[in-house]
Design a protein. Structure first.
Length: 617
């Protein structure tokens, strides 16, 4: 009964805040909770009413949820419902009966089965919270759509490691099962929650630290914690969101309010931004959430909000069952540097350094990209079988990293043969070319960056990016082509511009055509802040003159440095791809504590949260 009255009170509050006229330009008024309706709602309606080709099926349900909550005209709601109906596979003989096209047009060869999950994520919220806002005709039309969607939601098989879609299906199974009175569907959703918590408490989040998808998974866990009809399920989901929330805050860059690296899935190689940031900006800076995001907002624990201000901090976490599926990230006042011990997927960001300050919160990141399509920035999108355009970098290469706080030594080895379209094997380090205080090749500051097209680095093979009092230093210790020959490191200016500034790249060309063998790269990255001109000069000297050990014996590579701050740091690794990679020795690096899946400054940070779950007793 208490839960019932909470829902009633919540709906009444939203009704008061969203009472809108029938104007095409409504609603935009703030509500008593400080949220506001999406100012683009009217713009979205303008696209929906003419069935613009860019409208996705999920957009229709987002519109219906908010427009219904705000008392939009029933005729407009009906028009949107009929649009959704026409995008649904309604032939019982169709292989994806009950699912939706992602966009209008011919069905792609491998349709996106996730479409129904995205549609019902908001569709079932409308059914739960705002059903009384629809007239009888619209209720009947929408109920018919939802009934068919039940079939598709249940049919899709989603692995527990596909974090965002697993959490979304879990929400849909629980919410649809409870709301529609399908007991076995809800029960399956409850079991999914138990499965996810048991897996994650041992192995961490597979789809980890993603600017886009971490926010989706967190939102769905929060929806379960807020709206499930069962108190025990709400309590368990509250444990899940508390854990997930802590991982996000621990990896948040305080100045720019975005996730520091590394990332599992990040569609933007030059900056780390996504819908996860919108939640973080709300919690940390007081930014308003959109109406729909306000429905999934949670109340972060004080421990989560406070960890952002712990400077410096060293964060480590597990993202799978293998010993090498571990990531590290170090946070200073104005910088972050992080790496993975193993590659993840075609959208990953495995080695990255970010700089951010009050005056310049968003700056192009410094990031490693290994690819074979002459596409360092991810501009050459490929259309997948699902009809979605995505950039693709290499994923199955050997990656061995040793990180000690603000320093990383890494080795990469790859032949690029995992992709049939590998035409030119390259390793790039993308770097910022604006909002900075200079680039240095060794001790030489580069002038008039816009006039540079391509130039080889000097014999020091050491490069520096200066940002206010922060310096990112990169020393190339090993760079070989597929024939085992030493090759230069080239600074290349493609006049690349993005929303947050300009970018350039440092490129090692391992092959000029389809590779016959594997190329190798070894680097030492070091970031430090609080440096004046004299200290910066000393920093350069230290990096260029530090003793190094580089030894290549067949496919066994030893790369280590004698860091002036950290002592011996490096790796000895064997192999030439991800599957045969064997880390023989890691020298001097920070490590995730035994038995922990997430630590801060060498101490487990999340077991106290998992201890609250009855599933894990």
């Amino acid at each position: 009964m208490e839960y019932f009255w909470k829902i009633i009170c919540f709906c009444c509050l939203v009704t008061l805040c969203c009472s809108c006229s029938d104007s095409e330009n409504e609603p935009n008024a703030p509500d008593p909770n400080g949220y506001r309706t999406n100012p683009q709602l009217s713009e979205l309606w303008d696209k929906i009413k003419v069935r613009e080709s860019s409208v996705e099926s999920r957009d229709i349900f987002s519109f219906l949820l908010e427009a219904a909550a705000c008392n939009w005209d029933q005729t407009k709601l009906k028009s949107a419902i009929l649009f959704a109906q026409d995008m649904q596979h309604r032939d019982p003989n169709h292989r994806y009966y009950g699912n939706f096209l992602t966009v209008q047009g011919p069905e792609p060869s491998d349709p996106d089965q996730n479409a129904v999950q995205f549609c019902m994520e908001n569709g079932i919220l409308l059914r739960m919270l705002y059903w009384d806002k629809l007239n009888a005709e619209n209720k009947a039309l929408l109920q018919d759509i939802i009934d068919l969607a039940v079939i598709a939601v249940r049919r899709q098989d989603v692995l527990v490691t596909y974090t965002n879609m697993y959490c979304m299906k879990m929400w849909n199974m629980i919410a649809m099962g409870e709301t529609l009175g399908i007991a076995d569907m809800a029960s399956e959703g409850y079991e999914m929650l138990k499965t996810w918590m048991k897996y994650t408490s041992k192995n961490g989040i597979w789809e980890h630290n993603s600017p886009t998808y971490s926010g989706i998974a967190a939102a769905d866990l929060s929806l379960i914690a807020k709206y499930s009809a069962r108190e025990d399920i709400r309590k368990e989901a509250s444990v899940a969101i508390e854990y997930f929330s802590y991982t996000l805050f621990a990896n948040c860059i305080n100045q720019g309010v975005y996730l520091g690296g590394p990332h599992s899935r990040d569609y933007n190689r030059l900056i780390s931004q996504g819908n996860t940031d919108q939640y973080m900006k709300h919690y940390l800076k007081g930014y308003e959430l959109s109406f729909i995001k306000s429905l999934s907002a949670w109340e972060p624990a004080d421990e989560a909000k406070n960890v952002v201000n712990k400077i410096p901090r060293m964060v480590a976490w597990r993202f799978g069952e293998l010993d090498t599926q571990v990531a590290y990230s170090y946070y200073g006042n104005k910088f972050n540097i992080g790496c993975m011990e193993r590659t993840w997927g075609p959208d990953h960001k495995v080695l990255v350094a970010n700089v951010s300050s009050k005056d310049n919160p968003l700056v192009v990141n410094t990031a490693l990209v290994v690819e074979g399509r002459s596409d360092p920035y991810g501009d050459k999108k490929l259309t997948t079988g699902q009809g979605i355009a995505k950039a693709r970098q290499l994923t199955e290469y050997l990656l061995s990293c040793a990180q000690k706080e603000n320093e990383v030594v890494c080795v990469v080895a790859t032949d690029g043969k995992e992709r049939t379209d590998t035409e030119k094997l390259c390793s790039h380090v993308l770097i910022p070319a604006s909002k900075i205080d200079g680039l240095w090749d060794g001790n030489s500051k580069l002038e008039q960056l816009d006039n540079i097209s391509s130039r080889a680095l000097s014999d020091t093979k050491t490069f520096f990016v200066r940002f206010e009092d922060v310096v990112i230093g990169i020393r190339f210790l090993l760079a070989k082509d597929v024939y085992g020959r030493d090759v230069p490191v080239n600074l290349i200016n493609d006049n690349k511009k993005v929303s947050v500034g300009k970018a350039m790249r440092l490129t090692v060309e391992h092959s000029t055509s389809r590779p016959s063998s594997h190329g190798v790269l070894g680097m030492w990255w070091r970031v430090k802040e609080g440096l004046d001109d004299t200290q910066f000069a000393a920093f350069r000297k230290e990096m260029m003159e530090a003793p190094v050990t580089v030894d290549v014996q067949g496919d066994t590579y030893t790369v280590k440095v004698a860091s002036p701050d950290k002592g011996e740091l490096g790796v000895k690794t064997k192999g030439n791809n991800r599957e045969n990679q064997e880390n023989l020795t890691i020298y001097g690096a920070d490590k995730l504590p035994d038995g922990s899946i997430f630590s801060v400054d060498g101490a487990d940070a999340v077991q106290r949260i998992w201890n609250k779950s009855s599933y894990l007793k």
